[in-house]
Design a binder for this molecule. Sequence first.
Ligand code: FES
Length: 75
Amino acid sequence: MGGVCRTGAFRAEAHGPLARYCQPGQIMAAVALVRRVREEGRAITEADLDGIRNICRCGTYPRIREAIRAGAERM
Ligand code: FES
């Protein structure tokens, strides 16, 4: 896992100018997901992303998914 902070890897494009109330939980879930799929030696799937159940009041789920995929590349 490179030199980028694990939480910082997800932060930039995750929520833009929105409320970000959900951000800490989304980041924790994302880091755990990336660690798990790496330990299993595979890439993140849509089913994996469906398994993240953190609620975002702003409904930014597509952006959260994009951020997880982009952040995983930086971790
Ligand atoms: S960005 Fe507002 S709660 Fe998720």
